[in-house]
Design a protein around this ligand. Structure first.
Ligand SMILES: *Cc1c(COP(=O)(O)O)cnc(C)c1O
Length: 422
């Protein structure tokens, strides 16, 4: 099978990120270790940005996909906005040099403190997900003596054809305000003294591999905007969320041009020309990262061969959590003839700790493997389960590489804890 390695190339059988040999990074930093390619992140952002041509738009990178400060900074330098889901993410955006005026804030559980913080720094828009939140925002803005810019996040009840854990636009999920209640929510917002209606928002899910769910969702938002216009409420911005998929295996994913063209066509089809906000996460960073891991042991039983690697579900949980398939390739190209079928498993004491099932590999102890397409929802979902320090992160920039997060130490793991007095 062809390797899924959009941004990592083989030269003389060896795997590279940009001009840097991944084996050199593994030798210096150790394994497990995440590696991101700056040029790949920039290419993904630029291709989306240029796809809009002169159509008014704002790209708000979804911080939760990969929130390393260096990643946020690379995107901030390109003029990216940011989609956040917590006060912690807002703090990261500011520290990375992001512009608060390009920040949109989603999430069903915003605390008072988080809303105050967002209002203090002057973010672009709070995407309100309930009537109760709308009332809270109005009250806090009143106390601060300002008008809070809000969008109502509606739940368009669209099936995004994705894994149930990452489908967010179906009416049975916790996200957004139901379409049927949206008009009432806008009426309420209009009458509130301390909110200003900035727009409308939706986010229907993640790893979506077809433009249809996006255009259907957009069409529902536009129909709602028509209804709102009839009662005198004007909507000036449409945020269609994130969710564009990446290729993990053999998915045929629309490229940015097709994605953007489909959105603009859906907009024009209803006679609108409103500025579009998109919140891509996975499609910006997913294929810009790999996780390097070393084979500790090779073992077999009557039914299986196992390659036991030094990265576990605490380092990369997608395979265990979503039954996700990620390609696993050797850093040095192998000969086809010596391949065996392996389950690539981690060291964590859970049967679910499997990186990849039934992979054709030629491996011996000490070999280094790359788990591909690990730039999104990789490190950010890592944990210290089994008291495993979280892995370092490296960014390759041309012919240089930089440690952008060091490997955690056991001291750091224990530093926040204390024992009871004698
Ligand atoms: C997670 C999320 C995104 C990003 O989703 P991707 O699939 O990574 O593009 C965008 N908007 C909101 C509100 C989200 O929760």
């Amino acid at each position: 099978m062809e390797e899924v390695l959009t941004n990592f190339a083989r030269r003389d059988g060896e795997l590279y990120a940009d001009q840097v040999r991944l084996a050199d990074i593994a030798a210096e930093v150790g394994t497990p270790c995440y590696v991101y390619s700056r040029v790949a992140i920039e290419r993904n952002f630029q291709s989306l940005s240029t796809a809009f041509e002169d159509y008014p738009h704002l790209i708000c990178y979804s911080v939760k996909a990969n929130s390393n400060l260096a990643v946020l900074n690379v995107l901030a330098r390109l003029g990216s906005g940011f989609d956040i889901v917590s006060g912690g993410e807002l703090e990261r955006v500011l520290r990375a040099g992001g512009d608060p005026a390009k920040v949109v804030f989603s999430g069903v559980g915003k605390t008072k403190r988080e809303i105050e913080q967002a209002l203090e720094v002057g973010i672009r828009c709070i995407d309100v997900e309930s009537i109760a939140e709308l009332q809270r925002v109005n009250a806090l803005a009143a106390r601060a003596g300002i008008k809070a810019p809000v969008a109502i996040r509606v739940n368009p009840d669209i099936d995004a054809n994705t894994h149930p854990y990452i489908a967010t636009g179906l009416r049975q999920t916790k996200f957004g305000i139901p379409m049927a209640d949206a008009i009432a929510a806008y009426r309420l917002a209009l009458d509130m003294s301390h909110v200003a209606i900035h727009g409308i928002a939706a986010h229907i899910g993640s790893q979506i591999t077809d433009t249809t769910p996006f255009t259907e969702a957009l069409d529902r938002l536009l129909r709602l905007i028509e209804d709102l216009e009839e009662i005198g409420i004007t909507i000036e911005n449409v945020d269609i969320g994130g969710g564009l998929g990446v290729r993990y295996r053999n998915e045929q994913v629309p490229d940015s041009k097709n994605f953007v063209t489909a959105l603009i066509n859906a907009m024009h089809a209803r006679g609108f020309d409103l500025p579009l906000i998109v919140e891509p996460g996975r499609s910006i960073v997913g294929d810009a990262g790999v996780l390097l891991t070393k084979v500790e042991y090779v073992k077999s039983n009557v039914v299986k061969n196992f390659a036991v690697v030094d990265a576990g579900m605490n380092d990369l949980i997608r395979p265990a959590l979503y039954d996700a398939w990620q390609d696993i390739v050797p850093l040095v190209a192998e000969s086809e003839s010596k391949r065996n079928r392996y389950d690539v498993v981690g060291p964590v004491c859970e049967t679910a700790d499997v990186m990849g099932k039934d992979r054709e590999l030629d491996v011996v102890e000490g070999d280094i493997l790359a788990v591909c397409t690990a730039g999104a929802y990789g490190w950010v979902l890592s944990s210290n389960y089994n008291s495993r320090p979280r892995p370092p992160e490296v960014m390759v920039d041309g012919d240089q590489f930089y440690l952008i997060r060091h490997r955690e130490t056991i001291d750091e793991l224990c530093a926040a804890e204390s024992i009871l007095p004698e």
